[in-house]
Design a protein around this ligand. Sequence first.
Ligand SMILES: [Zn+2]
Length: 235
Amino acid sequence: MKILAVGCHPDDLEIGCYGTLTKYIKQGHDVAVCNIANGNLGHVEIMPDELRIIREKEAKEAAKVIGAAHYSIDIGDLYVTAENDDLVRKLARVVRDVQPDVVITHFESDYMNDHIQTYYATFRATFAASCGHYEIGAVPASAPLTPIYHMDTLAGVGFLPTEYVDISDVIETKLEALACHKSQIEWMLEHDGIDFLDFVRTCSKVRGYQCGVAYAEGFRLCRNYLRMVPKRLLP
Ligand SMILES: [Zn+2]
């Protein structure tokens, strides 16, 4: 299978689904990750233009840790909106390039608007990419209406998973990828007083407790017409 994970900021997928993506790759599937926002406002001292470049590099390093292809749309923080036709067109181009069987993205009531808009942009782009006459270059339309899994919210707030993936055997790889985001480890500590690596390990542990394993990631299938599937697609 081909899997496309669309995250807002350059570290969101690492937090929410990098364990699952690692498992897909270990099972021989192809994984691509795509960041919508460039994360340029995510630091107290580093200025946006410089941070944007740092964060792109960190995201590429993290993708390399698990062996995923990496795309970025490069929208400034706080400017992500699913009404942005240019953003949707660029994302649809990624969808056609990857031709995913499964898409993973944010939940519709995550903690900040850029995350929520990333989901809606993904919803739009996956539909648009399947329309043959949606003109975005000479790439073929993707398969109609790719199933979408919502990944967990930050700290699991307001999110009750309906499916779990046991990531006990890949938790250290997930954290190794997350540790590539050095700028964010500093920022989370200074801005929010949070030990980022401990935060993600603990959240994975809580999801693990819920389903009887050491570490897990939780998901919900997007339940819209033709997005549902009669079989499990998660590893
Ligand atoms: Zn984020």
